[in-house]
Design a protein around this ligand. Structure first.
Ligand code: DNO
Length: 346
């Protein structure tokens, strides 16, 4: 297992020098944030990020995310040029030593929450999701801090119209078309693609969501069998779907899991949840069981703690403060050490 920590580039309030001091962390997960979606990331921009990481002795092997242009998801005629650009970015990242790219294929919106500061009895606060409240939101005027990309109200209107009538099958076919287009670049450059599940894993505002559970993955690997077509196993996203049995999924999917986002949630209603501290006993997900299933089935990829709570007076980027994610990294590192040593019979 290689423990990483997400860093939002030079605009992040958390410096790399702090990340380096978290004992378990070997590397960062980051991205180029100032190139418009769909354009090629130059070697110069990638090289700058890499040298900043190297200066702090942190590895630069995982990107989250190279966003996928909406025209690709919509299957518009411009997609071939955009897919060629994406493949070029993959090649450039490969040249810089990147091994894994996390991306998602959610139409228009990335992760969705209804409250960014839900206060817990211990005084900490975290992100939460209430389905009824979500249904009352107007998708034409929605943006959340922490999204890699978001749109103006006019762009949103146009996009939401463009997706009207798009079926799950059509969106899935567009994903397969995209992956088939970039696979040669991935194979040649030794870069693994790791699709992030839809968060939460159900349709939103009439927009189809297609990476929601075991069936989605079976279908995805059947359509694009290359090992470079893998996944980001995000426990918090998948775990919001009651039907998802995470321990069993972690075991079965391990060979395709290039990246694991290990995050805890507490299920608070049929479709509602609140994010909580990483430990098993602090939420609804069996973090120990998940780590054990991953390790016992050969997982040796990248891991990162995911959304942390705001604690100790910190008010960081929602989900991405320093303290609770650092605690999460250490807890997860402890679980992995114990399970990995047990596996080796140490
Ligand atoms: C949220 C993240 C997501 C993730 C993207 C991957 O905190 O897990 O925004 O980075 O969905 O493309």
């Amino acid at each position: 297992m290689k423990m990483t920590f997400r860093w939002y580039g030079e605009g992040d309030s958390i410096p790399l020098s702090y990340i380096r001091q978290i004992p378990a962390v070997e590397g960062v997960v980051t991205a180029v944030y100032d190139v418009p979606v769909g354009e090629v990331w130059s070697m110069a921009k990638i090289g700058r990020l890499k040298s900043l990481c190297q200066a702090e002795h942190l590895t630069f092997e995982v990107i989250e995310s190279v966003p996928v242009h909406e025209d690709i998801k919509l299957g518009r005629p411009t997609r071939d040029r955009l897919i060629a650009n994406y493949a070029e970015t993959v090649r450039n990242l490969g040249k810089a030593g990147v091994k894994c790219i996390c991306y998602n294929f959610m139409p228009v919106f990335d992760w969705l929450r209804t409250n960014l500061h839900t206060v817990a009895p211990d005084g900490s606060n975290s992100l939460s999701y209430n389905h009824e409240e979500l249904m009352r939101l107007d998708p034409h005027d929605l943006r959340l801090p922490g999204w890699d990309e978001s749109y103006t109200p006019a762009e949103l209107r146009g996009l939401l119209d463009a997706y009207s009538g798009m079926t799950h099958d059509a969106l899935f076919e567009n994903l397969v078309y995209f992956l088939r287009g970039i696979m040669p670049a991935c194979v040649e450059s030794g870069v693994n693609m790791a699709i992030h599940p839809d968060d939460p894993p159900w349709d939103m505002f009439g927009l189809p969501r297609i990476i929601t559970g075991m069936e989605s993955y079976r279908r995805l690997f059947a359509a694009v069998p290359e090992r470079q077509n893998g996944i980001t196993f995000c426990t918090g996203s998948l775990g919001a779907g009651r039907e998802n049995r995470l321990v069993a999924m972690a075991g079965e999917l391990a060979p395709r899991i290039h990246f694991a986002h290990l995050r805890q949630i507490t299920l608070t209603g049929e479709l509602d949840f609140c994010e909580s501290g990483h430990m098993t006993e602090k939420g609804s997900l069996d973090m120990y069981g998940i780590v054990k299933a991953l390790v016992e089935n050969g997982f040796d990829g990248y891991v990162r703690p995911d959304h942390g709570r705001n604690i100790w007076g910190e008010d960081g980027k929602p989900g991405y403060g320093l303290y609770d994610r650092a605690l999460g990294a250490m807890y997860l590192a402890g679980l992995f050490e114990a399970v990995e040593k047990t596996k080796k019979g140490a």
